[in-house]
Design a protein around this ligand. Structure first.
Ligand SMILES: Cc1cc2nc3c(=O)[nH]c(=O)nc-3n(C[C@H](O)[C@H](O)[C@H](O)COP(=O)(O)OP(=O)(O)OC[C@H]3O[C@@H](n4cnc5c(N)ncnc54)[C@H](O)[C@@H]3O)c2cc1C
Length: 391
């Protein structure tokens, strides 16, 4: 069984079940994603036919580490491996999964009441309902704790007003979580079912993206959108609760960055062995080996970091700053590794057919979403010094 680049034999630590799960996603990626994804990327089109197959895999993955309500109930390491392997295939499909299963299902799983979980999670686990997570606004990105969107209580409904930006899956979502402040200034998550048919709500896909082209990101405008009061997430009391969700999803983004980097290394290594210049494989040149070793060192560090983080997560010892350090480190290294891989492929490195170009641009989005590199750095800086340096 080929489990990819693994210099420090981390795969030896996997159980048989974890190995089977990893193999399942690799098979999906190699048989279904790789042969078909590039035209979707070029057209900036969502690959629905491919993505829907994630809902019928023999070992379920939807809901990640959530238990019950039809969710996959994965252990921390398995959840990480899923994200790693999807990223190795394609960043847009990985992001679709991260938004639906992580941000949307994760929010309901962590912050919903029993009734709310029972109402939405089973259909989401079957991919019969697709979820989206609306936090960022045009004027509130890193500063999303101070969202401008408002929720005004009127009898049995909240009336929402505001603008959201960059919201993944929004145009195809059956369930959209909107984060807003109520008239008492309290932060809340409001679930809008069937957003496309909701009066007062408009969704415009953002065009011209150079990264994550095959996943849809939208700007959403809410003008007096009524949301039943029963759809307010019961266990969200402040922005701190949202950061609890983001701690879990940043964990999987650290894995995502590692998977993207591993894919770049594997592709570059294969290319270097086969591409000849000056009568010999370019892999025989010292300058190429230097790049390959630099990439291998980075990927190994990223993998080790992820495996240790999984242990901390499994033992409930992982905190916000530990995950921020992993996201910060891996997002930065993924960008560097993708750049080196592109160099090794020469001109072919900028061709979509060779896959590196997709990973190279996707690394830019990973660097910025789920807390920019600077914001994750500042979270770690605060943990180290006890002093917040955000403003
Ligand atoms: C492909 C993609 C998908 C996304 N999907 C979603 C989604 O599904 N849902 C959602 O809600 N959001 C989503 N986002 C939004 C994402 O989370 C934001 O882009 C991110 O939080 C940064 O916000 P911003 O782009 O407004 O940048 P800004 O916050 O305006 O930052 C601009 C620059 O200033 C820096 N900066 C900001 N504050 C500080 C500070 N205090 N100190 C030092 N530097 C600072 C930043 O690090 C950055 O370099 C997505 C973004 C992308 C690109």
């Amino acid at each position: 069984m080929n489990l990819g680049f693994d210099f420090y034999r981390l795969n030896d630590r996997l159980t048989e079940a974890q190995r089977d799960l990893r193999q399942q996603i690799r098979h999906f990626v190699e048989q279904i994603v790789w042969p078909h994804i590039n035209p979707y990327w070029e057209r900036a089109e969502f690959p629905r036919e491919i993505v829907m197959q994630l809902g019928t895999l023999p070992i379920p993955i939807m809901g990640g580490m959530l238990h019950g309500y039809g969710c996959a109930g994965l252990d921390a390491l398995s959840a990480g491996l899923v994200r790693y392997e999807l990223a190795r295939g394609d960043g847009s499909i990985g992001t679709f999964y991260g938004v639906h299963s992580g941000l949307a299902m994760g929010t309901i799983g962590l912050l919903g009441s029993e009734e709310q979980k029972a109402r939405w999670l089973p259909a989401m686990a079957r991919l019969e309902m697709i979820g989206a997570f609306g936090l960022t606004e045009p004027l509130r990105g890193s500063d999303a704790g101070h969202v401008l969107t408002t929720a005004r209580r009127e009898g049995d409904v909240y009336v929402l007003n505001g603008v959201k930006r960059w919201i993944g899956n929004a145009a195809i979502a059956d369930l959209l979580i909107i984060w807003a402040r109520d008239e008492n200034g309290r932060f809340g998550g409001f679930i809008i079912e069937h957003p496309q048919q909701t009066p007062g709500l408009t969704i415009h896909n953002i065009t011209g993206k150079i990264a994550k082209r095959a996943v849809l990101n939208a700007e959403i405008t809410l003008e007096n959108v009524p949301v039943p009061a029963a759809n307010r997430l019961t266990n969200c009391h402040s922005f701190r609760d949202v950061t609890r969700v983001l701690t879990f999803t940043r964990y999987s983004v650290a894995w995502e960055a590692a998977g993207l980097a591993a894919a770049c290394l594997e592709l570059a290594l294969d290319y270097a062995r086969n591409r000849e210049q000056f009568g010999q494989p370019i892999a025989s040149f010292q300058l190429i080996q230097q790049k390959l070793v630099e990439m291998a060192a980075a990927v190994t560090e990223m993998q080790c970091l992820c495996f240790r983080l999984a242990e901390l997560m499994e033992n409930n010892q992982m905190d916000e700053s530990m995950v921020a350090l992993a996201k910060y480190t891996n997002a930065r290294k993924a960008r560097q590794v993708a750049g080196l891989a592109r160099e090794i492929l020469g001109g072919n490195g900028i061709l979509i057919d060779n896959h590196i170009a997709r990973h190279l641009t996707d690394a830019e989005a990973i660097y910025t979403y789920e807390g920019t590199n600077e914001i994750n750095l500042l979270i770690v800086g605060r943990a180290l010094t006890g002093i917040g340096a955000f403003v």
